[in-house]
Design a protein around this ligand. Structure first.
Ligand code: ADP
Ligand code: TYD
Length: 212
């Protein structure tokens, strides 16, 4: 068993974040790890308000809600679980705010400033897919947020976060899913989740280390 750590899976809608994190829980548990699967917006009071209100709240109102939820989620759920030795897998985190709140009219520097004191995950996996494939998957799954299918160049916006996230200490890697099914994507991430120290420099962070 390894020590506790905080792992984020983020990226455009329909790339398989929820599916892959669920599969990773089983693979890591089978490897003897204690795992907590969570998400943002969280299941806490502010997170429920944010999730239910993505239509009603916009711009800085929604930014304030999702980021308040992030700080609350960190101190009530993430940090205690990491301190107890668990691997915390979080579906969406800071990258979602940088892409979605910016697309919602909040300048990215304001989103960064509001997130100054959030925890730096041990690893941030940015799942990337062919935009046509992910859009088709979102349509098949169902559209229940005004952000689904509404962000121009969504994939490129996440890709452009690699360097600034790295410079802010977030250890990003991109994971190109290609034509792999979700089981193969999750299997390909296990070693990295168990040993995120591989992600050591910006050159590594810019390279896709997870698709082979
Ligand atoms: N690698 C994959 N290949 C094909 N379909 C996938 C893959 N990963 C997820 N899916 C399907 O795509 C849809 C969206 O997946 P989901 O995990 O909800 O994405 P996200 O959480 O990133 O929005 C779901 O119907 C899921 O079953
Ligand atoms: C984490 C996060 C989520 N959101 C939004 C995006 C989604 O519309 C919603 C999360 O709802 P969710 O049901 O998890 O959507 P998805 O299946 O696309 O992940 O919250 C933000 O606007 N900013 C954030 O920082």
């Amino acid at each position: 068993m390894t020590t506790g750590r905080f792992i984020v899976v983020d990226g455009p809608s329909g790339t398989g974040k929820s599916t892959v994190t669920r599969l990773l829980v089983d693979l890591l548990a089978a490897a003897g790890e204690q795992v907590l699967l969570t998400q943002e917006p969280s299941d806490g009071p502010i997170g429920r308000l944010a999730r239910a209100g993505t239509h009603e709240y916009r711009g800085i109102e929604l930014a304030a809600l999702v980021i308040a939820d992030r700080y609350h989620h960190l101190h009530t759920v993430v940090r205690p679980a990491v301190a107890a030795g668990k691997i915390v897998l979080c579906d969406r985190y800071l990258p979602s705010s940088l892409v979605l709140q910016e697309a919602d009219g909040v300048p990215q520097e304001i989103v960064w400033a509001m997130n100054t004191d959030v925890d730096r995950p041990n690893l941030t996996v940015l799942l990337l897919a062919d935009p046509g494939h992910s859009r088709q998957r979102v349509r098949q799954r169902g559209i229940y947020s005004r952000f689904h299918l509404a962000i121009p160049d969504e994939r490129r916006r996440y890709e452009q976060l690699v360097r600034p996230l790295f410079e802010a200490g977030h250890r990003p890697v991109t994971c190109e899913i290609g034509n792999r099914d979700a089981d193969a994507v999750a299997s390909g991430l296990v070693d990295l989740v168990l040993d995120p120290t591989d992600v050591q420099d910006a050159a590594t962070a810019d390279r896709d280390t997870t698709s082979s």
